[in-house]
Design a protein around this ligand. Structure first.
Ligand code: PLP
Length: 398
């Protein structure tokens, strides 16, 4: 695509299609071809495309008051921060608004420095963003290598390993940051009791516990925040993706003693908590509640997981709600994703063997069934093709 390579930075693989419109979980490209969108802008369009409540909120807000900076208050940010406080169930919760997940984690990182400590423990395989601070937290050396040196004093321990976490955290630890379910790494669910152990370890050493719910927040897992099933609460929650229903909106919510650490002048952003983005965020929460979409996420997520697990070629299905990782027996995730695009289905290859789906939470049962049937036929096509190649000998080197 010449217009892309000629004018846009070379940071992403060059796309093969141009998307021009969307309604619910259907999008159309510039040639008029329709796609079933089971990636939703990477777990972001939580109500699908052009949801009337979000469109109405954006239109109303943009024609009333578009931007004011954080020198002044405005009703949407006040209301959304209040709603988020309610959803945490903690009256001390105070939100810092920003524009993305990376910025939410940057805010948590800076907040943790205000404890007077600087050591941080994160996990291997995690993804927390790509700005220099959030990249330092991200536990993926291949993404960090070209940008060394990053922030010092950050240790990455294996995800799900309580003993390793115990060894790494001490009285000098400012914060521990963990995703309740690893998203980008292929939807990895931690062992039972892991989040509870993190709470105990952090309490013991006085470290701040941050749950990065950028991908697992806003109902995606069937709860408002991806950690809730554990029954414990972190000191800080970071959010983005689904929060703005497609608009750039992030949040760092601190509770208890962590909520009191920042003072005026410590941190800020021009656009964070912008009236239009926060109006969209309010519409998202209202609609998720009114349309009972957390329950839909849980019910249809379980349905999809059960059905997909029966398809030959699938080794394992992991996840919660509508954040699902499908582990394949063969490393054909890329091939499947490309074929899916041709068949009119948007999904993502998280690793060479894992397909990630994160559709809108208001998908219908029919759309879930359609996804399952396309996915089954794609796997069948690929395994038939690959077994033909093997039996004709073409698959062998030399
Ligand atoms: N944290 C998690 C868990 C994520 O999945 C992502 C993005 O995929 C981020 C942080 C970074 O968010 P953003 O791309 O909005 O900066």
């Amino acid at each position: 695509m010449k217009r892309w390579t000629g004018a846009l930075q070379n940071t992403y693989k060059t796309p093969t299609i141009v998307l021009v419109s969307g309604k619910g979980s259907l999008v159309k490209d510039s040639a008029g071809k329709a796609y079933l969108d089971f990636l939703a802008g990477i777990a972001t369009n939580i109500l699908g495309h052009a949801h009337p409540a979000v469109v109405k909120a954006i239109n109303k807000q943009s024609s009333t008051l578009g931007h004011v900076s954080n020198f002044y208050a405005h009703p949407s940010a006040l209301a959304l921060a209040g709603k988020l406080r309610e959803l945490t169930g903690d009256k001390t919760a105070r939100t810092f608004f920003c524009n993305s997940g990376a910025e939410a984690n940057e805010a948590a990182l800076k907040l943790s420095r205000k404890t007077g400590r600087s050591k941080i423990v994160a996990t291997q395989g995690s993804f927390h963003g790509r700005t220099m601070g959030s990249l330092s937290l991200t536990g993926q050396p291949n993404k960090q290598r070209a940008f060394l040196p990053l922030l010092p004093n950050i240790k990455h321990v294996p995800y799900g390993d309580v003993k390793a976490m115990k060894r790494a955290v001490n009285r000098r630890t400012a914060m521990v940051i963990v995703e309740p379910i690893l998203g980008e790494a292929g939807v990895v669910v931690p062992p039972v009791g892991y989040l509870e152990s993190l709470r105990e370890i952090c309490d013991h050493h006085g470290a701040i516990l941050v749950f990065d719910c950028v991908q697992t927040g806003m109902g995606r897992t069937g709860d408002w925040f991806g950690y809730e099933y554990s029954g414990i609460r972190p000191d800080v929650i970071t959010l983005a993706k689904g929060l703005g229903g497609g608009l750039p909106l992030g949040a760092m919510i601190a509770m208890g003693r962590a909520a009191q650490l920042f003072e005026p002048g410590d941190h800020g952003t021009t656009f964070g908590g912008n009236p239009i983005a926060t109006a969209a965020g309010l519409a998202v929460i209202e609609t998720l509640t009114k349309e009972k979409l957390l329950a839909n996420s849980e019910v249809l997520g379980s349905f999809i997981m059960e059905e997909i697990a029966l398809i030959p070629g699938v080794a394992e299905v992991r996840g919660a709600g509508l954040l699902i990782g499908i582990e394949l027996k063969e490393p054909v995730a890329d091939e499947i994703t490309k074929l899916a695009l041709v068949q009119g289905l948007l999904i993502n290859a998280a690793t060479d063997r894992t397909i990630r789906i994160a559709p809108a939470l208001n998908i219908s049962k029919k759309q879930a069934e359609k996804f399952i049937s396309i996915f089954a036929s794609l796997l069948n096509t690929i395994s038939t093709k690959n077994s033909d190649v093997k039996s004709s000998g073409k698959g062998h080197n030399g």
